[in-house]
Design a protein around this ligand. Structure first.
Ligand code: KIV
Length: 271
């Protein structure tokens, strides 16, 4: 039996085992019960309740405005549909930057108020102390470096990170510091494939890439992007596995036509 079939519930230990056995980790985002249930039933390893919900669920330009209460609300809905996958929750902007105690309190809120067991924080060296405190008290942390959407205003755009030697060195250092601080896994966003390969080989914790090439230990995409629902956003790292925006458009047009022509409901569909 393959390792994956034996897994009843994906834990931090499972991800370490997958890396050790060179089995890739699959990860996608979810913000609601139905999507989470479908992803879990399909066998996804990790479901991230990403702060990308600010963009793809709430329609905002950036991830900055999403709140702790909103992350908790969506995580509760997601968790009801999940039996096997690991649920990871993004700590929203300003929930962990203020100070270490505030960060620990908010990570604790996620653990107390939802069934999720992992939080994700953006940042390298600057949040090492925070990761250390949260993990020391038994709450697993996934790191996130490279392009960090919560820092979008300082970058001035969503361009690839780590292209210059200086930036690449900083990202490598961040990866090592985060591992030492206690993170059990690391998201690498929008960095050169070569750099992601180097980081993946130099840390013992699993790396999960998004726009970071094929050599990471796993891959993550934002679900509405890969399902072709969010057609306004199509960077080159997003592959469409379905064209759901078109399908929905066709379905809704058919429904409208049937309603207008008295073709819906039929006798069979009536009481
Ligand atoms: O919020 C999110 O969806 C993320 C992924 C892009 C990794 O952090």
């Amino acid at each position: 039996m393959s390792i994956e079939k034996e897994i009843k519930r994906v834990t931090t230990k499972t991800l370490a085992l997958l890396k050790k056995n060179r089995v890739k980790i699959s990860a996608l985002t979810a913000y609601d019960f139905i999507t989470a249930k479908l992803l879990d039933e399909a066998g996804i390893d990790v479901i991230l309740v990403g702060d990308s919900l600010s963009n793809v669920f709430q329609g905002n330009e950036t991830t900055l405005s999403v709140t702790m209460d909103e992350m908790i609300y969506h995580t509760k809905a997601v968790a009801k549909g999940v039996h096997r996958a690991m649920i990871v929750v993004d700590m929203p902007f300003m929930s962990y930057q203020l100070n270490v105690d505030e960060a620990f309190r908010n990570a604790g809120r996620i653990m107390k108020e939802t069934p999720a067991g992992v939080v994700k924080l953006e940042g390298g060296e600057r949040i090492a102390e925070t990761i250390n405190k949260i993990t020391k008290y038994g709450l697993p942390v996934m790191g996130h470096i490279g392009l960090m959407p919560q820092s979008i205003h300082s970058y001035g755009g969503y361009r690839e990170r780590g292209k210059t030697n200086e930036e690449a060195k900083e990202i490598i250092k961040d990866a090592k510091v985060i591992e030492e601080a206690g993170a059990f896994a690391l998201v690498l966003e929008k960095i050169p494939a070569k750099l992601a390969k180097e980081i993946t080989a130099s840390v013992t914790i699993p790396t999960i890439g998004i726009g970071a090439g094929v050599d990471c230990d796993g891959q993550i995409l934002v679900t509405p992007d890969m399902l072709g629902l969010n057609t306004d956003f199509h960077p080159r790292f997003v592959r469409y596995y379905a064209e759901l925006a078109e399908e929905i458009n066709k379905a809704v047009k058919s429904y409208i036509e049937d309603v207008k022509n008295n073709d819906f409901p039929s006798e069979k569909e009536s009481y």
